[in-house]
Design a protein around this ligand. Sequence first.
Ligand code: FHN
Length: 430
Amino acid sequence: MIINRKTFAFFTLILITLSSKAQSNDNPRLADFMSKRFGMFIHFGPVTLRGTEIGWSRNKEVSQEDYDSLFREFNPVLFNADAWVRVAKKAGMKYLVITAKHHDGFCLWPTHSSGYNIMSSPFKRDIVGELARACKKHGITLGIYMTVLDWHDPNYPIQDPNDQSKNVPGNMEAFKATMKLQIKELINRYHPYLLWYDGYWEKPWTNEHGREIYKYIKSLDPNIIVNNRLGKESEVLNEHSIGDFLTPEQRIGQLNLNEPWESCITIGQQWAWKPNDKLKSEVECIQTLVRSACGNGNLLFNIGPMMDGRIEGRQIKLLSQVGKWVHKNGESIFNTKGGPYVPNEVFGSTRRKDKIYVHVFKSGLKTIELPAIPDVCIKRIQNLDGSDLQFLIQGKTVKVKALDNSTFTQNTVIVIHIDRDAGQLSVIKL
Ligand code: FHN
């Protein structure tokens, strides 16, 4: 049978769409990952001695010579992996991702690939290994961050992103051999659930390199999941992209029911620890998590521990407050699906079984007006604590009144009990 180009293109498009959907629906590890919804991102390294940004302050606020010598003083003697993991757990987080090696090339584990690692510092302890053990002990899932650019490694052509005159010939094959040795050490020693790559944007790193490394990772552990930053494509998952989930950065992803995504966002302004950094408010921290879940995505929320190894008290307190909200409202976040309402400035929604959780973003409203859900019977509307709420269906709108004629507060969760599986409902726009 001869088919014309148009027909061929049509069937190719169908196959690609189905395969990308299959990718997110058929991978149990990915489904489990997306059910976790909330993780701790940890940016840590010798740069905390200067309180400037990891990697990026090298050759800027900090001279290359000074930056590359910081490891000789790096001695976070108050580092306690159990304490870090307990902070994550108390915040309601289900996993954590540690920067085992950032763009400055310093390795937080005793690697045989390079002397530029934690065992060459006065600290001489395996930070990644101690965190891995603490995660296992406290039931928190371990993720490891690795960079595909390394401004410290002479095999990587770029040594200073702001000064091309410092470029060196490099040797990408040798650079990838080092990467593979490091990957093998990390996977065989610490058994991470996911690898979080970063640094794909520079010229020396190509999609071909990314595919080679992705294949190598999967050859060591076919179950491990990898974010989409081994490749150059960062907005969609398709035959050109590499990796298992999308990674919108410093912004919350749009409602996406087909491709797994995780937003990475800082609790303050800087990824690594910064003295007196401006932190987000409690409401903003909670809404960042809720809006991610309403978009059917995860939130990887970043903190930066201090040079002595402690997480600063302000961040511990803020995360504990977030944890109080999560402890009370977690059923509306974990193991849920985003939607059916497209999030807007007033509210968003998640859903599970026969319940739709409406998350109120705006404070001071006596009534929340929701688009009616076609062909669905609303059995009851309550606050999450079980107190019934009055509601009125008028044409294409469901008007829900706050309790006792009061107003809805921010981050209130309203539960709509319906007569069917909410997960099957189509997306509803305002
Ligand atoms: O350059 C890094 C940055 O330092 C930080 O690690 C973030 C986290 O996603 N990623 C890169 C910037 O896009």
